[in-house]
Design a protein around this ligand. Structure first.
Ligand SMILES: O=C(O)c1ccc[n+]([C@@H]2O[C@H](COP(=O)([O-])O)[C@@H](O)[C@H]2O)c1
Ligand SMILES: Cc1cc2nc[nH]c2cc1C
Length: 346
């Protein structure tokens, strides 16, 4: 008899199982974290003088659950998706660019290919739901229950077990509108506080984008108290996948570098479901997109870099990897006061 084909069960068959997974989160390994802080205090430098590099080394160990953290396998994950809301004229670029850029990623011609090489990160690109667009969320939920859960599951399953650090980002024409709508729904305030230029709208375009978001918020007013319902109604497939990947990383003890505005908005529902849900993430940079600084503040995330980037593609997160490598190199490679025969502070 031929073997039965395996039954592929969705990781999250219903919203309740996803909600439960979002609220069942491992804690940091405080023993490893303390061991790293203790060693840091013995290294040949004034205490605290390496600033955030010290915190980054402790963060790596706390979330890798290792007193000797490693960065042997760094992965830059780009989720791509398309958006029905582009029918409202919210992006200056045609939707085809999403698929064209996915090909460009595969051929090595995009910014992220160069940055991943510099960072010594493995680049992984996932075209979620084959780049089928979501529904236009001004009229209906962007995603059905099952399409949303599938996209979250794709994101969850895309995180390799043997990854030491995950850089997370996206590509999707129209997705700064979805991100701004999510941010407005989760944190309140007028849509104009969250809507930005995206890939290059002019001022009139940004005003129109804010109106589109306002009308979507009105349409979905009844479900704005539920973070997962917000992600489903106003997000997108690649945003749902980033949420799933961030959750997977937490369950698998992998620290995460978040990319820009879109990535931050995508994972924000997790923080609304469980207050410490983003503790294993570090925000790589503050994007030039108008709402990002406000969103970072709302989530108490402190960006590592501020270089005026507004590209997406996991570019900011991947660019931050050499800083994390530097933090680890200092932590592991420096001599102690005793080893180097340097006098300690009086
Ligand atoms: O995440 C950000 O900070 C960000 C800011 C501006 C633009 N983007 C990228 O631009 C695309 C979406 O822009 P738009 O104008 O089509 O909504 C999408 O592919 C994002 O990766 C991303
Ligand atoms: C060309 C282009 C490249 C991108 N990379 C991420 N978002 C993008 C949007 C456009 C338009």
């Amino acid at each position: 008899m031929p073997p039965l084909s395996p039954v592929t069960r969705p990781l999250f068959p219903d919203l309740l199982s996803l909600r439960t997974a979002c609220q069942t989160l491992p804690s940091p390994d405080t023993t490893s974290q303390q061991a790293i802080s203790d060693r840091d205090a013995t290294l040949t430098k004034p205490p605290g003088s390496l600033g955030d590099l010290e915190s980054l080394a402790a963060w790596l160990g706390a979330w890798q659950h290792r007193a000797s953290p490693k960065l042997d396998h760094v992965v830059s994950l780009v989720f791509a998706g398309n958006h029905g809301v582009v029918a409202q004229g919210v992006s200056p670029w045609p939707q085809d660019v999403t698929a064209q850029m996915v090909l460009n990623f595969q051929h090595g011609g995009a910014a992220i290919n160069q940055l991943a090489r510099v960072a010594e990160a493995e680049l992984k690109v996932v075209a979620v739901h084959n780049l089928e667009p979501t529904a236009d969320f001004t009229h209906q939920a962007a995603m059905t229950d099952s399409a949303f859960l599938d996209a979250v599951s794709v994101g969850y399953a895309s995180v390799p077990d043997n990854c030491d650090l995950l850089c997370l980002g996206e590509m999707g024409i129209g997705n700064t509108t979805a991100a701004a709508a999510l941010a407005a729904a989760l944190f309140g305030g007028e849509a104009s506080l969250w809507a930005g230029k995206g890939t290059g709208l002019d001022d009139a375009g940004v005003r129109h984008k804010a109106q589109v978001i306002e009308s979507a918020l009105k349409h979905h007013a009844a479900l704005l108290s539920d973070p997962l319902a917000i992600a489903q109604a106003l997000g997108g497939y690649e945003l749902a996948a980033m949420l799933g990947a961030t959750l997977a990383a937490r369950h698998k003890h992998i620290p995460v570098l978040l990319d820009g505005f879109v990535c931050t908005a995508a994972v924000a529902p997790l923080a609304k479901l469980a207050p410490q849900a983003l503790a294993h993430t570090w925000l790589s940079h503050c994007s030039a997109e108008a709402g990002h600084a406000r969103l970072a503040q709302a989530l108490s995330l402190k960006p590592l870099l501020a270089l005026g980037l507004r590209l997406g593609e996991t570019s900011g997160a991947t660019l931050a990897v050499p800083i994390i490598r530097a933090a680890l190199a200092c932590h592991t490679g420096m001599a102690t006061f005793q080893q180097a025969a340097v006098s300690e502070r009086a």
